[in-house]
Design a protein around this ligand. Structure first.
Ligand code: ATP
Length: 438
């Protein structure tokens, strides 16, 4: 196993026989002396090969950028080196020689990157860029903090099945697949199982897992397979309890990312990560529409927001309240699923919400309808076949507490943390309508 990585080596005192592993990032050949900038996940270090060390010098002639090597040598202070240290190479082992022509550059020559679809074709080469690797370091810290928040607040982790027997919520966005003598569907969300957990008395659950949507969308924010963070909690008074938990969870997530990677994000993405203050601004859909009308933003979808409206609303909130987040509540029942609870004094509106982060929807949540008869009536009204939701309806027959929860899109959050414009950049390997490889 490798010992210290590059960043750790750079912190050690000058010494002989230091071994370093990595990729050949840059080769600079000055005739009698060669500089190889070596890269691993933790950073880069300058290494030097002198002509007088003939065996090594000769071997290094074969080296191509992006080859993987093991170098051994003397770690020295060197004022002219990028970080004030370098390794004078005494031996070299080529572990994997890269072909001389790279299909896409790892070091982009200009600010404009290689076309996205080409970069995604060669995703693993694109991901060698330190800037791209930061995406997953940020994601890892974000998820760690998410888990910590939920664990500290008595949530239990569940893993719900992704193979389903019936089209549950609605048919249009479902992937269907052969399943022995019958067919199965890939889960569009863990929704029904989170609610089953409430009926099971787990009281507070969360899940981080894949969801599948057969949506023919070619937008910068949709994937056909993506990771979702979901939580569900019992004994709530209203969707405001769900909102309060999400605010705290997001705040602790962003704070953790800020503390660990704030400086690197600033350096590599030129973006200031702001830890949001609580409570986040909130508008009902009606209020949001009135604001948008004043701003003269067209609203072709009554009771729902277009991406342009979401962006305009976020801009407004940033200017007026200096906040990057905004909750929109009380969506009309007509644009929400049958299981969202209706307002007591106005059944045309739901106890539901979306959360926008810098102009992009990152969450849908709601208090769910837990009263069996009411749920059945709402399903019928929404045209959902009771046959398909038979198992689901059973959860509510034998005692089920009032509950609610939310589904959150982490790839979209990372997009906004880093100011990336496309979800493909913040997903390890994207799956879309026309993207099933690599
Ligand atoms: P949108 O309106 O953007 O299509 P949605 O209303 O269908 O999203 P939900 O079903 O409420 O989204 O899912 C909850 C969250 O999951 C969304 O807020 C978003 O963060 C994320 N999400 C939904 N669909 C996708 C997708 N196709 N690709 C990536 N993330 C998604």
């Amino acid at each position: 196993m490798r010992g210290k990585n590059i960043s750790q080596i750079k912190k050690t005192k000058p010494a002989k026989n230091i071994t370093v592993y990595g990729w050949v990032h840059v080769i600079r050949d000055l005739g009698n002396i060669k500089f190889i900038l070596l890269r691993d996940i933790s950073g880069t270090i300058q290494t030097v090969i002198l002509k007088k060390n003939q065996a090594v010098f000769k071997k290094s002639a074969k080296l191509t950028p992006e080859s993987v090597v093991r170098l051994t040598g003397q770690l020295k202070k060197q004022k002219q080196a990028p970080d004030g240290v370098e390794i004078l190479v005494q031996s070299i082992k080529i572990l994997s020689l890269a072909l001389p022509e790279l299909p896409i550059p790892v070091i982009e020559k200009t600010k404009a990157q290689t076309a996205q679809s080409k970069r995604i074709d060669w995703r693993w080469l694109d991901l060698r860029k330190p800037q791209k690797q930061l995406v997953f370091k940020v994601w890892t810290e974000m998820e760690r903090a998410m888990r910590q928040y939920f664990l500290e607040n008595n949530f239990i982790q569940i893993y719900s099945p992704k193979l389903m027997s019936s089209p549950s919520e609605g048919g249009s966005e479902l992937f269907e697949l052969p399943y022995f003598k019958t067919k199965a569907f890939l889960a569009q969300s863990p929704q029904f199982y989170k609610q089953m957990a409430m009926a099971a008395g787990l009281e507070r659950v969360f899940e981080a897992g894949p969801v599948f949507r057969a949506e023919p969308s070619f937008t910068s924010r949709h994937a056909t397979e993506f990771t979702s963070y979901d939580f569900e909690m019992s004994f709530i008074q209203s969707h405001q309890d769900v909102i309060a938990v999400e605010e705290q969870m997001l705040k602790s997530m962003l704070k953790a990312v800020q503390e660990k990677y704030g400086q690197l994000i600033k350096k590599q993405y030129n973006r200031e990560l702001v830890v949001p203050s609580i409570p986040f601004p909130q508008f009902t859909m009606k209020q949001a529409k009135a604001i948008l009308k004043k701003l003269k933003v067209p609203g072709p979808k009554p009771g729902d927001l277009t991406p342009e409206e979401e962006k305009a609303l976020s801009r407004y909130v940033l200017e007026k309240y200096n906040h990057e987040f905004v909750f929109i509540t009380q969506y009309p029942a007509s644009v929400r699923p049958f299981y969202h609870m209706r307002l007591k004094n106005n059944p045309r509106l739901t106890k539901s919400f979306d959360l926008l982060f810098c102009g992009l929807e990152i969450t849908t949540g709601a208090q769910r309808e837990h009263r069996f008869q009411m749920l059945k009536t709402q399903a019928k009204k929404s045209g959902v076949s009771l046959k398909f939701i038979k198992d689901y309806l059973n959860y509510f027959k034998y005692g089920c507490p009032p509950h609610g929860g939310a589904g959150i899109g982490p790839a979209r959050i990372v997009m906004k943390i880093l100011g990336e414009k496309n979800i493909q950049e913040t997903t390890f390997v994207h799956r879309g309508v026309k993207r099933l490889r690599p």
